[in-house]
Design a protein around this ligand. Structure first.
Ligand code: A5P
Length: 235
């Protein structure tokens, strides 16, 4: 059994290891979530020691954190290619390095950043490693607000049990892009690439939290030490 304090320590270790891979002059994608936040902290320390980088954040929350720590931000009007992105994940499928992301609500910007990154490094603690996606986490699906109830029904037809995400006062959670999130439980997902394709065809769906063949390297901090998983490129 890993305690919450141990998990926090593991997240820090994974984040710290990833930040060592950042080099002078890079455009760096900054992820969102508690593990990515440790990476932003560690990166800020390197910047204060002289590392020169520009960063593109995946959420308003991360942008604020980075700015407050003295990291210079850029955007897609100036840079359309990112050298390296460091982000967290909710589940990592060990065999494929396919991911579920978005429990923090930033999946759309995270995917937009991931897709233009030469290298996507995912930092997790051991609780995120699974044999099959869907083992613990639902798939967050970002949907437009207009007609969301009908999108909800379409998601049910492909086997999801959706739940609209809400904030503690009961109101709907609204993403940085102004959309809702439907957390879709599927149970263990036998064919994640196929499900990702199916989700992308549903009217009203903006993006899903299934990240297929995007992660290049997963840095997992476990109670036995750091484990590195590299995605095998297709021949
Ligand atoms: C944010 O939208 C997510 O994709 C996060 O990267 C993911 O939820 C992992 O967050 P933690 O590092 O806080 O577990």
């Amino acid at each position: 059994m890993t305690t919450q304090a141990e998990i926090t320590e593991l997240k820090k270790q994974a984040a710290f290891k990833a930040v060592q891979l950042v080099e002078d002059g890079m455009i760096v994608g900054l992820g969102t979530g508690s593990t990515a936040a440790f990476a932003v902290e560690a990166l800020a320390q390197r910047v204060s020691s002289g590392l020169k980088i520009l960063a593109i954040p995946t959420s308003e929350e991360t942008a604020e954190q980075a700015r407050s720590l003295g990291i210079t931000l850029s955007d897609f009007s100036k840079h359309q290619q990112i050298d390296l992105t460091i982000d967290g994940a909710d589940e990592v499928e060990k065999g494929t390095l396919n991911l579920i992301k978005g429990l923090g609500g930033a999946l759309l910007r995270e995917k937009l950043v991931a897709v233009v990154s030469r290298k996507l490094i995912i930092v997790v603690d051991e609780t995120k490693l699974v044999d099959r996606l869907g083992s613990h986490s639902p798939v967050p699906v970002e949907v437009v607000q207009f007609g969301w109830q009908t999108t909800f029904e379409r998601l049910k037809k492909i086997g999801a049990t959706p739940k609209r995400r809400s904030i503690p006062n009961g109101h709907a959670f609204v993403t940085d892009g102004g959309n809702y999130i439907l957390d879709c439980a599927f149970g263990q997902i036998a064919n994640a690439p196929q499900l990702a394709d199916q989700l992308s065809l549903i009217v009203g769906v903006v993006e899903s939290g299934l990240f297929i063949t995007m992660a290049n390297l997963v840095i997992a901090a476990t109670s036995k030490g750091i484990e590195l998983f590299t995605r095998k490129q297709p021949q």
